[in-house]
Structure formats: structure tokens, C-alpha cells
Design a binder for this molecule. Sequence first.
Ligand SMILES: [Zn+2]
Length: 143
Amino acid sequence: MDKDNEAVNSTDSEAANERAKGIRKVLIQERQIILKEAKTEIGNFVKGDEKQLVEAALDDGDWSVVDVNEDIILQKLHHHKLKLNKIDEALRKLNEGSYGICDDCGIEISDARLKVLPFAVHCVECKEKREKIEQVEKEQSFQ
Ligand SMILES: [Zn+2]
């Protein structure tokens, strides 16, 4: 009896490991795509030595070099940066074993949502709540 349970448990954790491996692969691929896009955009604004410097920094995840550059680059890259932050957060959670758990309310994020957004760290309800708050903050900052 005990042996049977052990077998079931180890199969479960193997399946979970396989799942985590697959998710990690998707996240890392996504990360590379975004970095590539970001570099292409930077290439439109920065040339020569400075471009190499910025690209090397992006590889290291150091976005401070972008912050000190022209505002227009920052604006263009802002959404890439946000997405990369989310992917890094998801990878961190994957390593911690808390992947797929909503950061705000602690419930499991649905598989359907994770399939579309593998780097989601909030469930749909919490995401909508956050968006509403962000919207209000945006409106207030314009006043
Ligand atoms: Zn939630």
C-alpha cells in the first residue's frame, strides 16, 4: 500500500518536473525574442560603440543604460522591459515552485490563462483589479 502511494507521488513529481521544464523553455524563448526586438529598436536610435554597450547591458539584464539614454528609446522599450521583468519573475517562481500561483490572492492561475500568457503572475480577477487601479492612477497623474 505504502509502496503504491510512493510510486504515484514520484510519477506526479516527475510530471511536474517535465511541466516546469517545458514552461522554462517557453519563457526563455520568449525572453530571447523580446531581447532581440529590443535590440532592433535600439539599433534604430543608437549607433556605433554606444549600441554595443547597450546591447551588452541588455544581455546582462542591466536596463539602467537605457534609462540614461534618450527618452524616445525608453518609451519604445518600456513595454519590452515590463514584459522581461514579468518573464524573470515567472522564471523565479518556477525555480521556487510557486509558479502558476497568483501573487495577490494565492489561488492557482488557470492552465488556459498560463497557456496564453506563460509569464502571468496574477489570476484574471487580480489582473483586472490591478488594471483598474493603474487606470485610475494614470488619470490622476494627468490632472
Ligand atoms: Zn488572484
